[in-house]
Design a protein around this ligand. Sequence first.
Ligand code: HPA
Length: 286
Amino acid sequence: MDEKPYSYEQLQGFAEYITQQTSLRPSVGIIAGSGQGALAGMVEDAVVITYKDIPNFPVSTVAGHKGQFVIGKLNGKCVLVMSGRFHFYEGYPPYKLVAPVRVMYLLGIKTLIVCNAAGGINRDFKVGDFMLMKDHIGLPIAAGENPLRGPNDNRLGPRFVNMSDVYSLHLRKLAKAVAEEEGLSHFIREGVYMMLAGPTYETPAELRFYRTVGADVVGMSTVPEAIAARHCGMEVLGMSMVTNACIMENDLEQKTDHEEVLETGKRQGAAMCKLISKIVEKMDHN
Ligand code: HPA
């Protein structure tokens, strides 16, 4: 490895900086993707901590991604919302991508909700749908970019981590029940998220390949964070917003662009934020 991953003590230092800014002790961590930015605004009595104020903490480089931890109450539960995540395509080594999740763990957070924008390749999915992640295929992970690569610190978790149950069945059931109550169940799908390194969108031939091997949506995030969360024993709910239908054939007029992704995020963002806040409310801890 070119760089030394953050030590346990460095991670503790990040967590201590945060605990010095607020007496609130969140039990749920939420990583907001494009389209879920409004979640941070729903947090009451919010204490906002900007990444760049945390000594030596990574900073976010994507335009429109804020780079803040927002800690406060969401529907009565104490949460930490990560507004602006780190992406592999920005050039971070995987251990940096997962530093926020490890900090959440050191803050005592037991449950992670991780959201993303994704392109739909399952023919039954519509733009604007929400897909509960049942499983993932982490292509960069399989190629060696695993955030757990390198020396293991047993204080964070074990060397070898089971991956047959990354996305909590209990939380998926809760999410479906809440969607039903909120009249949002027509948007709910369940499936497999495939992570790609990005930042290029996929070619039609690649997309047909990914569909053949079992992916329902494709995106450029989430899997490293979910791995780190499972490593340290957190329960994970993963949710994708299908922001665009992937273009599976060559020689068509349509193109995938970032504008479409952002546009769907805006249109469906409020519904997804409402769903997440209601799920948080119904979780069985404080
Ligand atoms: N591909 C990869 N990542 C994405 C997409 C996509 O089509 N849409 C949103 N994130």
